[in-house]
Design a binder for this molecule. Structure first.
Ligand SMILES: NC(=O)c1ccc[n+]([C@@H]2O[C@H](COP(=O)([O-])OP(=O)(O)OC[C@H]3O[C@@H](n4cnc5c(N)ncnc54)[C@H](O)[C@@H]3O)[C@@H](O)[C@H]2O)c1
Length: 459
């Protein structure tokens, strides 16, 4: 059988299988007709969260080489974001088939978009993290495969719920990709193997850095009154812990995740420092977000090895954005620059000196494309593929470090996962008129962490 014929056959078998599961689980929301009546070899994709990354992920999906992928619906809470994204994508020709009646706006838009799919198709989630839980639960209920952006959770209760959902997805044979693309960076895959094979001995220390000036919506001025406070907080999601886990989770999770991968495990506890130094704009207006300007987290693994993660969003300071691992026999540069920048390399001794270099990676493939190739490969070949639990654990470990800095006390991963503070309860019932989950004080400022004073919760 040719490769193509094999792919068609296994996709048919897969659709048959997931179709049975979906029928048994009572499909919901069939008001909108399916896009395609006939079973064929096209994987249909919908995009929920049509911002910068979502648009990029949709492009990556449609660039896979393993058979046709077509974008058939889009959903966002802001019509202008959806329109801009569509304008960016429509030039991909017949890979984009999203007429106006499959462009959905609002908090229930995600359901309407997913109702356009059949079991075995793929939903992309690239909203801020607060919505991953309900969006993913609907996809699993409908028997859809998923690609969702990192991070996935910011608190204990949502982490626990998504871990349960991961098990349900596996039971239904669904394929779930999570946008922690360094796990699909071939140089990091190779350095991981070399470390596991003992090339640098046992890891005793890892160092992760992401230090640069303020980015994205890291800092926010007072809510201007329009759009609604809820929509404004969603737009400025890096500023608010409920929406994103703050800049800590959003910016630092890749480096934290790939360092933990090198240990093939998660740290058991963390203690951390952090503070707010410059919390006003150049013209003197106060910043009302919840972030610290600096973070330094010491994660401890069960064998005593450490991961130090330093993050800073201040202009004028030394900029460092990379990661390294130190072992008993040598060291490795994991990401040379950025979240997974090439080349990765290994060395004898603890300095990255050229004359001590053992190995340097050559691969230049794009990890954002690799993660889609790997997901679609698993869908077409019906191979087990579920990154959800791992993505939740990476998110929980990020949140652990952030919470240790915000409270000023050492916290175990177990205690974090069992913690009860939920930042956006009822997120699945939001409407355009809902109040924001975080309330400002009379001065327009939102509650901020107070290490050493408020220690049982983050704010
Ligand atoms: N893997 C990576 O390297 C990478 C890079 C950038 C962003 N991201 C992640 O992607 C996500 C989005 O980031 P972004 O930079 O694209 O932000 P963005 O603001 O550009 O896009 C988010 C989009 O989601 C929409 N949205 C918000 N809530 C929604 C809801 N309930 N239903 C439907 N749409 C909703 C917003 O209106 C917006 O259009 C974040 O979780 C971010 O961490 C990952």
């Amino acid at each position: 059988m040719t490769e193509t014929a094999k792919n068609v056959t296994s996709r048919r078998e897969f659709l048959k299988h997931t179709g049975r599961v979906a029928a048994a689980s009572a499909l919901v929301g069939t008001a909108i007709p399916y896009v395609h009546a006939a079973e064929d070899n096209t994987i249909r994709v919908v995009l929920v969260g049509c911002g910068g990354r979502g648009t990029g992920a949709a492009k990556d999906a449609m660039s896979v080489k393993q058979g046709p992928v077509k974008l058939v619906a889009m959903a966002d809470v802001f019509e202008d974001r959806l329109k801009t994204s569509y304008a960016n994508l429509k030039d991909l020709g017949d890979k984009v088939d999203v007429p106006d009646d499959r462009k959905f706006v609002g908090f229930d838009a995600y359901k309407k978009a997913m109702d356009c799919l059949k079991p075995g198709d793929v939903a992309i989630f690239a909203t801020p993290l607060a919505f991953r839980g309900p969006h993913c639960a609907y996809a699993v209920e409908k028997g859809l495969n998923v690609f969702m952006e990192k991070p996935l959770t910011a608190d204990g209760p949502t982490s626990r719920r998504l871990i349960d959902l991961a098990k349900k997805a596996t039971e239904k044979n669904l394929k779930i990709g999570v946008g922690l693309m360094s796990r699909h960076a071939r140089p990091l895959e190779e350095v991981h193997k070399r470390i596991q094979d003992g090339e640098i001995g046992d890891i005793v220390l890892m160092r992760g850095y992401r230090m640069h000036g303020p980015l994205g919506s890291f800092a926010s001025e007072k809510w201007p009154g329009d759009p609604s406070e809820l929509l404004w907080q969603i737009k400025r999601f890096h500023s608010f812990l409920w929406a994103s886990g703050g800049n800590f989770n959003d910016f630092y999770i890749h480096v934290i995740d790939h360092c933990c991968w090198m240990k093939d495990g998660w740290p058991v506890k963390a203690q951390a420092l952090g503070g707010r130094h410059y919390r006003q704009t150049d013209d003197g207006k106060p910043s009302v977000d919840q972030n610290f300007d600096v973070y330094s987290v010491e994660y401890v693994f069960d064998d005593g090895a450490r991961l130090i993660m330093d993050g800073r969003c201040i202009n004028g300071c030394t900029q460092i954005y990379n990661s390294a691992a130190h072992g008993t026999k040598g060291m490795a540069i994991l990401s040379k620059s950025g979240d997974c920048g090439t080349p990765s390399s290994t060395y004898k001794g603890q300095n990255p000196d050229r004359d001590k270099m053992i190995w340097q990676s050559k691969d230049q493939s794009n990890p954002y494309q690799n993660e889609w190739n790997d997901l679609v490969d698993a869908i077409r070949g019906d191979k087990p593929y579920n990154e959800l639990e791992r993505g939740v654990m990476a998110s929980a470990v990020s949140s652990l470090g952030r919470k240790a800095a915000h409270t000023g006390v050492e916290i175990t991963l177990d205690a974090f996962l069992k913690s009860e503070q939920e930042y956006a309860p009822g997120v699945n019932e939001f409407t355009m008129d809902s109040p924001a989950p975080l309330k400002a004080g009379p001065d327009g400022a939102y509650p901020i962490p107070m290490p050493g004073i408020v220690t049982d919760r983050e704010y």
